[in-house]
Design a protein around this ligand. Sequence first.
Ligand SMILES: Cc1cc2nc3c(=O)[nH]c(=O)nc-3n(C[C@H](O)[C@H](O)[C@H](O)COP(=O)(O)OP(=O)(O)OC[C@H]3O[C@@H](n4cnc5c(N)ncnc54)[C@H](O)[C@@H]3O)c2cc1C
Length: 499
Amino acid sequence: MSSIWVNSLEYKNSFDRLARDIETDVCIIGAGIFGLTTAYYLSKLGYKVTVIERGKVSRKTTAKTTAKITSQHGLIYKYLIDSQGKELAKQYLNANEKAIKNIKEIIDNEKIDCDFEFQNSYVYTTDSKEIGKIRLENESVNSLGFQSEFVTNTELPFEIFGAIKFPNQAQFNPLKYVDGLVKSILNNSGKIYTDTIVYDVDEKDGGLVTYTKNNKVKSKYVVIASHYPFVNKLGYYFLKMYQSTSYVIAVDIGDDCFDGMYINTTDPIFSYRFANFNGKRILLVGGADHKTGANIDLTNAYQILESEVKKYYSKAKVLYRWNTEDCITLDKIPYIGEFSNFMNNVFVGTGFNKWGMTSSNVAANIIKDKILGVENKYEDVFKSTRLHPIKNSTEFGNMIKESTNSLILNKFKIPEEDVIKIKKGEGKVLEYDNYKFGVYKDESGKVHVVKPICTHLGCLLNWNNLDKTWDCPCHGSRFDYTGKNLYDPAIKDLENYTF
Ligand SMILES: Cc1cc2nc3c(=O)[nH]c(=O)nc-3n(C[C@H](O)[C@H](O)[C@H](O)COP(=O)(O)OP(=O)(O)OC[C@H]3O[C@@H](n4cnc5c(N)ncnc54)[C@H](O)[C@@H]3O)c2cc1C
């Protein structure tokens, strides 16, 4: 499951856990691309910055991205013009175009060797019925003053009906890039602590306190850069976002290679770009998206991507496979700015909708300007406290119902005959007297039992038969079969039981 980016690093950072109470100007929770970009800008300005990371630096979403740096976020601009008006759509475009320039500027200034290269970006279709949509998107983008182009030829190894081309977009190796940010943060006296989970943030004595298991960080400002905000009170992000999983394979296709970054418009989604790895050009194919925690058979998820590549490159050799999830907002715009109207000096950047390379830079700049007390011309577009339609009411109802599930499972014994029916490698939720048990039988026949209720907000978990994990259909938290928490927004493990 580890990505091509993780395997391309020669040098691996290592940091201490937080083991004492400290004070800082800005406490940043999470060392992904967003947290580190924010830390980079603020530490350069002379702020005392501390980053607290629950795992290792940038080993979650940022380590598993495809790292296209683009303002072409699917077919978003016609949608934004129709739903939010032309001015907002234009600002969204300009903010993301500016982010591409900012990233290049950071790379040049800090001399970061991260395989940055300009590329054209394309959204294409192989379905004649989709052509109208692509043409309309192109007209919409042109009306915002950006010179996109409708094309019918690309370098893809198959025929397309049409595509919208954005010139001067880019791609890089995201972990080499964040490594460069880390070096600069440390040079500017910033501090990074890893393997330290943050559980809560609170206002106290006119300042802010960030709580880890054993310690406190006092600060004037807090930036929640944890991907999905784990602090539920006051922010209500759990009502405004869900997570979506995508799969990626890194494929050696020999000497063939083509320019450009591509994504199609219809399901199953396919995304393409090349990356440098061990002196070769390796094709990254992403897609096969689904809502995280969906109760579906996932055993073929990578197969969908592999079969597609093998249609064009029969000798293609898959080097790496991985998957991860990103936060999706209901109006397709990230949440950036004040975490809540009820908490001062706490900021957030989330809901990057699988376009976090530019969005994280937009977010870091908006938050830097908020802390500096200067206006940022894009802040209203992304305002995190904006009002939203409430998420799918059925799902919300389920979530509430599941949260009230009882907590006294230990008193019950699972009938052995039901466990015997579970095959090796299979996981299932079993129910007795209204109590639910998540049962997984491993390949050796050992049975692992957890309480399959998410420790975030109490939703019933679904079994993921590909990764052997328990996944939350409400907000995308994930747990391994022993109950260990793997993915936000949950921060606590599941209860587990001996069978
Ligand atoms: C398969 C896939 C492909 C993608 N491809 C692209 C692409 O081509 N271009 C693009 O622009 N975007 C892409 N994205 C989206 C992009 O990768 C993400 O939006 C971005 O990496 C998110 O960065 P982040 O810093 O917000 O989150 P993360 O990288 O997840 O960082 C958050 C950090 O916070 C830490 N954390 C969480 N909770 C706590 C806590 N309680 N205490 C302390 N630390 C905590 C986590 O351990 C993590 O390290 C893709 C996403 C997916 C899923």
